[in-house]
Write a protein that binds this ligand. Sequence first.
Ligand code: SF4
Length: 730
Amino acid sequence: MAKKTVELDKIAINVKSHKLLKKLLKENPKLEEIMRNSRNETEALIGVRNWVLEELERSPKALKYYKSEHAGRDMFEALRWRDYAAVRILDYIDHAGKEYIDLNLRGEVAVSNPVKLIWLAVTHGTGGAKPYFFEDMLHLFRQFRGEAEPQKPAKEQVEEWMSRYVSGLDPRIVRLREENRERIIKILIKKIDNKENKDSKFQFKPGMSLEQKYLQMLEWWKDWQFHLKFAVRDPDDLNEMLGESLDPDSMKILYGAKQAGIPFFVNPYYLSLLHVRVPYFAIGADLAMRYYVVYSQQLVDEFGHIVAWEKEDLVEPGKPNAAGWIMPSHHNVHRRYPEVAILIPDTVGRACGGLCASCQRMYDFQRKNLNFNLDKLKPNETWPEKLERLMEYFEKDSQLRDILVTGGDALMSSNKSLEKIFAAILQMAHRKKEANKNRKEGEKFAELLRVRLGTRLLAYIPQRITPELTKVLAEFKKKASEIGVKQFVIQTHFESPMEVTPEVREAVRRMISAGWTVTNQCVYTTAASRRGHTAKLRKVLSEVGILPYYTFTVKGYMENWFNFVPNARAVQEQLEEKVYGKIPEKHREAIKEFPLNAETMVENIDELKKKENLPFLAADRNVLNLPGVGKSLTYRVIGITRYGRRILEFDHDATRKHSPIINKMGKIIIVESKSISEYLRQLEEIGEDISEYQGVWGYSLGETEPRMPIYEYPEYDFKVTEKYTNLAIN
Ligand code: SF4
């Protein structure tokens, strides 16, 4: 056992822990009896194990689940509330004393042995367990006794929660934003007058009156380049644009962020979406956006120590990445699964229209690989040849059929750059198809079926979706369809119903008029995890024609503590709120056709919702994107730290194809950065009634939801080879 652990065991527990322990023992006389009669930790472990196992044996299905003799969604749904607790206690005992590297604590070792911690506390008053740990234990044993089972909220309740959040399409919000725009424009007029802006495109003509300048600004407001040029890059500018509304504590953190080297990049349009005075009908409605822009103390403290979450992003050309794929270049292709690879062009697309506070790329900003020097990111003369080489990778790969062009943000690239990328993709897809003519059945390579563009510009600067871009998208779709590409997807990222504005509605209308399907990936931050928030987002998105695709747990370690939500809440949301948007089985095949008629997406979604009386469409899956193995919410809580942070063992999503490396990788351990107690306290601080969340303590198991058929690849009319190229597994 690590020396440090032995020392920690000697630490006396504090008064609050003592009080919680007393309560725990009072509520559970059997547990107290075991603890008091055990002469050492081993006896305590055996005593608790026998007691819990005896209970679990009364529930044969749960016993099989515990022993992993049965898995899968059906078995998971058959578990009773108290079974969750029994499985968790037994898992704690099976993993007692195991040590884990805790990257939240810069690589310190975390040891999980909760029964021992209780025993030490009872017999010696030591063990160093914190109140958060004991709070979790209290709830665990209540659940084991069959108490505190949460009442599943009724549909009306979920709708009431949803109604707490207004959308950016609400006329009252639209008016507020016009006020914000006016305030920002006035500030920017002064900046231009004071020659603070060097850009020749955005200068007033000599002799213009204030009114003319204002009208000119309103015109420029519609130009996405204007928003990039005038994005704030400094805490003081940010505060100025927000009407000096940031409090001194937030400003202190922001100055710290600047000093630590964290970039700022918030554009005027997005700033106009934030409240500077809170309207009575939308209190707290902008928090999910605000906490994406205003950095946290934890991020500032950890910047400089952030470690990469995505191990497969660490690439050496010609060598296998963490998933076993051999990669063609350092930074341009990322790959985890057999069928799809990400293309990151050497264009302005390496940047985004903003910097989301919990972005996994913060690691790259820390390494100074990324920045917002937009002029310097323009493609250089070697890019065309490199693009050719990268396309060869897709062409010569036996399984790749899906290309996700992203960055940064795919739409930060100019139309010209995009056209060049599209032309290269078309040629590659054509060559791949031609080469297949000389291959036998069963030896043919996968041909290109899906092209995706990853962008958050729809939320950050919807003005980017110009008629010219729409034309580029429509033309590409037409040409690519002729050579067999079937799916054209804009993969976007909305966090809040407040981000969906009239400008967004128009931008999405343009995209779907070009025949592209727009899907959303929401990151489940603390503010976004409030009851009803994500359900409302799904509703508002589908009203403008966007299909929810994924709801992601925040990745990363302590740097993202502020926005991180324990996975238990993602399961609770799935089972208690999202369930009311579940698309009945009988329509699953029909909605597969939606992307084929992307132009009528809004009407098709609306019809389905009405037919089944669904308040929103839950086409997404709640998942965590795991290092190495990809998206999954199949987990069991197998440990807990002294600080009450849970330790989860994840399995990969068995419903999709993975690199064969998966068979060697085994399970993935994640130590969460935040305890459930801390999460609930945070919710309380932002005005939530935490009695509405009580069941969250109990969701210690998860199973990944099935994928909607709409997101499946279409079938080929030939048989693809089973051989993998570009793969090396030792
Ligand atoms: S848009 Fe995506 S890639 Fe860009 S900063 Fe936000 S989370 Fe990161």
